[in-house]
Design a protein around this ligand. Structure first.
Ligand code: AHZ
Length: 312
């Protein structure tokens, strides 16, 4: 190591930015080699507990009334969160992710391979968030899908108007009746019903585990295609009689699938925008398999559709 100049070369000297290759920040470099006298600053256990719980419960309090809830933090949900929260810092955006680890299927490119393929013009999103890629002409390659997901995730988490509630499942939608001029009734989505995911997984063998709620005039659902959790909101639309039947995801056709998902990203019932592969279950669209451009740009389109709702 070589903490030579008191600055890490491209940052402000407080160790908060990356170092030049071959060097570390001076404070970290100074720490190395001085382990004999090493001791952490003191702490009491309750201080740690309060540091976590005070913040979490303040967030629960603040985000109980959100402007937008994004359900699912996969490649589409994270892209939507980044775009919407960046464009509208005034919007309070809750991202609810059932898994402990956000990112959905975007930690690998396909099967168990590392590289992630995106067809142009999705490279503009990579450039926007600062993910490096190799240009192969009509498509680009990120050398590890985890680089995409960790970068977008970091950008989202750094935004002051976004709170990620992970390990939390959306169990239902909050709805309100809408009566049209001709007397016919429909519903609008007005928020989400949540629970700890571990609780959601045990409704069959435990009783009295009622959920929590988040009110929001707009929900963006990006829960992926059908699976253990996926396609959550559109399946609920059927039981709520807002949609007759689901189209069901069709076989793989990369050429057709990606355009259809991006173009189809829209408000499907008042208050509910659906994007990413969840949309394939609603519209009966093809799957695209291991190419992720449509997920990034469906997220961008979902943000644009959300802005239309707020700009009405
Ligand atoms: O955990 C889920 C995942 O992280 C989360 N999720 C699902 N149901 C939820 C619920 N409450 C909260 N009820 C929930 N979170 O939603 C996330 C979905 O991420 P994903 O990667 O599965 O979906 P995506 O649409 O963002 O990306 C799809 C990626 C695919 S699938 C595919 C193919 O099969 O052909 N091709 C691509 C590119």
């Amino acid at each position: 190591f070589n903490g030579d100049d008191g600055n890490n070369g491209n940052g402000n000297g407080n160790g908060t930015t990356a170092s030049r290759p071959g060097t570390l920040s001076k404070p970290l470099a100074d720490l190395m080699g001085s382990w004999d006298d090493f001791a952490f600053a003191p702490i009491r256990e309750s201080t740690v507990s309060r540091a976590m719980t005070r913040r979490y419960f303040a967030d629960l309090d603040a985000y109980a009334e959100s402007d937008v809830v994004i359900v699912g933090a996969g490649s589409c949900g994270l892209s939507a969160a980044y775009t919407l929260a960046t464009l509208r810092p005034s919007l309070r955006i809750a991202v609810v992710e059932a898994g402990v680890a956000p990112g959905g299927g975007a930690w690998l490119g396909g099967q168990l391979f590392s590289a992630m393929v995106m067809r142009k013009p999705a490279d503009v999103f990579l450039a926007e968030v600062g993910v490096p890629f190799e240009d192969e002409g009509d498509y680009v390659v990120v050398r590890h899908a985890a680089l995409f997901t960790s970068t977008v995730l970091a950008r989202v988490l750094a935004l002051p108007n976004v709170k990620l509630f992970n390990a939390t499942a959306v169990e239902d939608l909050i709805t309100r009746p809408v009566v049209a001029a001709d007397g016919s009734t429909s519903v609008r989505v007005a928020g989400v019903v949540t629970n700890w995911t571990l609780v959601s997984m045990h409704h069959d063998d435990q009783s009295c585990m009622d959920p929590n709620t988040i009110n929001a005039p707009l929900v963006i659902s990006t829960t992926g295609h059908d699976g253990p959790f996926g396609a959550f909101s559109v399946k609920r639309l059927v039981s709520m009689r807002q949609v007759e039947t689901l189209g069901g995801m069709r076989g793989l056709d990369m050429g057709a699938a990606e355009d259809a998902i991006v173009k189809g990203t829209r408000e499907v019932v008042p208050g509910l925008i659906v994007g990413g592969m969840e949309l394939s279950e609603l519209d009966g669209a093809n799957r695209m398999g291991p190419t992720f451009g449509a997920m990034a740009l469906s997220g961008v389109k979902a943000a644009e559709e959300a802005l239309k709702v707020f700009d009405l």
